[in-house]
Design a protein around this ligand. Sequence first.
Ligand code: ZN
Ligand code: ZN
Length: 142
Amino acid sequence: MRIMGYVTNRRQVDAQALLDSIQTYKHLHQIPEPVLLVVHQDLFRNGNSFVFGLARESVGAGVVSTSRLANEYYGRQGSDDDYIDRIAKEGAHEIGHLLGLPHCSDRECVMFRPDTLDELDRKKKVLCPACREQLGTLKSAS
Ligand SMILES: [Zn+2]
Ligand SMILES: [Zn+2]
């Protein structure tokens, strides 16, 4: 797959353009299932200097960037556990969107939208009871 949307002077990839690429790829290869891509490139979107990830539920396409998930990015001591925890949280978050869940105001819920690494770390790897219930409703409706 060819990843579109790299912006040279920002050294970042436009997350919306990347989702377009996934959409095209899915169409080309006739993949009806949702696709979540994990990339090492740093992502941004119009209006946000960076995003940890992005999903487009209507086409079943999501992306997670590992770029800002490692301690080393922030000049801290590296930790595989931290790194894997964050990828799991971001992955679960985008999958939640692909299943139809919106953002949640509960700061510990995996569907909370973090602006910083600390906010991401404060989240748990699971849905809050309200989101879990909502997911149950979404599932039974489809
Ligand atoms: Zn989100
Ligand atoms: Zn929630």
